[in-house]
Design a protein around this ligand. Sequence first.
Ligand code: ZN
Length: 158
Amino acid sequence: MKIIPNIRLLIDAAREIGVPVIYVNDSHLPNVDGEFKKWGSHAVRGSHGAMVIDELKPSSSDFIVEKRRYSGFYGTDLYVLLRELNVDTLILTGIHTHICVMHTAADAFYHGYKLIVPSDCVAAFNVDDHNIGLRFMHELYGAEIVNSKDILKRWGAA
Ligand code: ZN
């Protein structure tokens, strides 16, 4: 699944109509984070792996939240930021559908956010993992699973 161009279109449209764009990035402490035992070293804070890829570069009006766990909420200020932005709905994109996206969805659900997941803007290691993630987010957290074009249409951008 090539998600980057789809995410790019969504981000551009969001900026255009003033929907906040928040990057929630893995940013791990070397030799400390427990996740490394499971997945090996990745996205070490300050390294290239913890940076946003060039195709999706943040603009000055976007927000960046660094995380050390699967969920974007755990140990970060994401919840405070969302409250201050008066947000009630989250559109989740990125990787991996059944890991960071789904665990962020779980915490979002606990906090009472409505969830929209464009299935062409999330991806996993394989189709099975991807589909399991989508299914659980829909069944457990009430996420609306859509195509990114549906969101663009709602925003009058497609
Ligand atoms: Zn990680």
